[in-house]
Design a protein. Structure first.
Length: 128
């Protein structure tokens, strides 16, 4: 697949953009301090798919969360900023993800996947 470049500069804190990579929707989310704190403040042993928030973002760039927008249950596209954890909500069967994209409620078995990406500069990432 062709790598996809995303300019982060226009995405305000609290905002996001959706791009496509290998035909898959990718959410690029500029998290607020509150969203990062909520993602950090979790006992990961309580999680279905235990991962720390730090494992899902790049150190020093914790405000940027990049996930594949495909529900790990049966593949619907979850809605961002929805649901009780204000992460994602999948309207198909009610899976709830947190502000780290981790599964918290509903039938999905796994966290939203993080695609391979790297920072090209402070305000640009390359996905793929
Ligand atoms: Fe998302 Fe079933 S496809 S909850």
């Amino acid at each position: 697949g062709v790598p996809v470049e995303v300019d982060l500069a226009p995405i305000p804190e609290g905002g996001n953009v959706k791009v496509f990579w290998r035909g898959k929707p990718i959410y690029v989310r500029h998290r607020t301090k509150e969203e990062i704190a909520a993602a950090d403040n979790v006992d990961i042993s309580s999680l279905r798919d235990p991962q720390t928030d730090a494992e899902r973002v790049k150190k020093g760039d914790e405000q940027w969360l990049i996930v594949i927008g495909i529900c790990t249950h049966l593949g619907c596209i979850p809605l961002i900023n929805e649901g009780p954890y204000h992460g994602w909500f999948c309207p198909c069967h009610g899976s709830v993800y947190d502000t780290s994209g981790r599964i918290r409620q509903g039938p999905a078995p796994l966290n939203l996947a993080v695609p391979p990406y790297s920072f090209e500069s402070a305000s640009k990432i390359i996905i793929g």
